[in-house]
Design a protein around this ligand. Sequence first.
Ligand SMILES: Nc1ncnc2c1ncn2[C@@H]1O[C@H](COP(=O)(O)OP(=O)(O)O)[C@@H](O)[C@H]1O
Ligand SMILES: [Mg+2]
Length: 274
Amino acid sequence: MSDNPYQNDRGNKDWSIAKPGGTGEMTAAPGTGHAMNTSEAFLIGDTMTGGYGSGPDILHDCTIAVNPGEIAVIVGPNGAGKSTAMKAVFGMLNVRQGSVRLDGEDITDLSPQARVAKGMGFVPQTNNIFASLTVEENLEMGAFIRRDDIRGTMEQVYELFPILKDKRRQPAGELSGGQRQQVAVGRALMTQPKVLMLDEPTAGVSPIVMDELFDRIIEVSRTGIPILMVEQNARQALEIADKGYVLVQGRNAHTGTGKELLADPEVRRSFLGG
Ligand SMILES: Nc1ncnc2c1ncn2[C@@H]1O[C@H](COP(=O)(O)OP(=O)(O)O)[C@@H](O)[C@H]1O
Ligand SMILES: [Mg+2]
């Protein structure tokens, strides 16, 4: 069995994070703009084209993916379609072309709720907590699909985010921005997800709180849960990213390891402020 405290035996069985020697998943050539071998990725939104309702396409052949043991980061300018790509992977968008696959299964036609049941955890960019409910009630709501005992998972969330234990009886809306993001991530972990998707988990927090949140996210990833996240703090996020995607106008503009993107002059000039 795994030693991932957030998962039971529903979880994905590939604990590559726990194996010494790194992931070795990517085949990207040095430099960026090259296709990476993501076709067998654990979670992939593959060449997705689509938009909201019957509106125009926002995404154009957009691909984002993540593998066990990895943190994959999506960066790009405001309005590039980062949140839209996440929503597409989570089933909140009409994907007209392309597909979404989880652990080899085509889930393109599943509802968001069915995707949660399959093991996807999603923390949206906005409205990601119930402000009037207590911290603990938020975590309980997160576990809505479970029929088994959730107390162990709740203790693990409290171990990851000790401040939430102290504040468990307080309305979540009274917490600081960074603490509310912890509630949102904790809520998603309560379903024991096989993969975690985070849309701007550090939005609106101070640099110190951002560093702390990144540390906790790394900790979660080390338990074996692949993490696909959007970040506006591009440089810092790429520093912890195994894989990075730069999206521009709904398209993949640059793809590579975090290191490659950080070293790419074009990416630096256009997206990282030189
Ligand atoms: N609910 C929505 N309905 C229609 N258009 C939307 C909606 N949400 C976002 N958009 C549009 O989709 C484009 C991409 O937005 P978004 O994915 O939120 O960008 P990002 O997250 O990269 O800042 C923008 O042009 C935005 O106006
Ligand atoms: Mg967004």
